[in-house]
Design a protein around this ligand. Sequence first.
Ligand SMILES: [Zn+2]
Length: 283
Amino acid sequence: MRIFDPHIHMTSRTTDDYARMAAAGVRAVVEPAFWLGQPRTNPGSFTDYFDSLIGWEPYRAGQFGIVHHATIALNPKEANDPRCRPVLDLLPRYLDKDRVVAVGEIGYDSMTPDEDDAFERQLALALEYDLPALVHTPHRDKAHGTRRTLEVVAASGLAPERVAVDHLNEVTADIVRDSGCWMGFSIYPETKMSPPRMVEILRRHGLDRMLVNSAADWGISDPLLTLETGRAMLAAGFTDDDVDRVLWRNPVEFYRQSGRLDLTAIGSTERTFAGSSIKRGGS
Ligand SMILES: [Zn+2]
């Protein structure tokens, strides 16, 4: 099984996780910029974080033969903090970078006017920089938030096939399905979406425009839940080709729209970083 995790926060994970992921078949990841738990108090905290998402983290992933790309944005939660909003003006310099394959995560947390403004401005940036958009849906008031999200996306002028609406469940999948947007599902160990529930959703809606991710971060999460979902699909009668489509070809197709997805280094553990070369595994 080859796996592309289209939404995972590796900054929060250890090298043990990278090793387990590589052993499980994870060959590529996309790490969206998001909030870090502790509120940030100035734009410099964001630029250091963004730099690490396109510099240090791809290097770490590369040590395990995993290719790492990022999405960059001011996240919805911190869009409410006046100390963080100037980050919106710093985004263009990152949206030009080779390893940045989408604008994200953008969208709603509490659906405030400041979130409206940041969401609309960043969808406009996706249009301007010819990038797809990765959209987070709120964990509270989810159905309303998802409908509102789709209205704002439709008004932005961004083509729906260039937008992934993430963190969906049974209810919100029904809402997003006919919009033409991609449907993202974050699989969690204890709450929200589980592998068996995901299999039911795939049965109901088919495999088209479906993205499955582990969203693993600093909370209770598991970077191998993509693998578990693939296994649950096989146990439920889906074919190896079906699993490959959901866990590999779909995320490749979505992020390839950026024109920047570069998977040539998969499996290579030799990387050059800051002038020094490291090699692992003796191959
Ligand atoms: Zn996330």
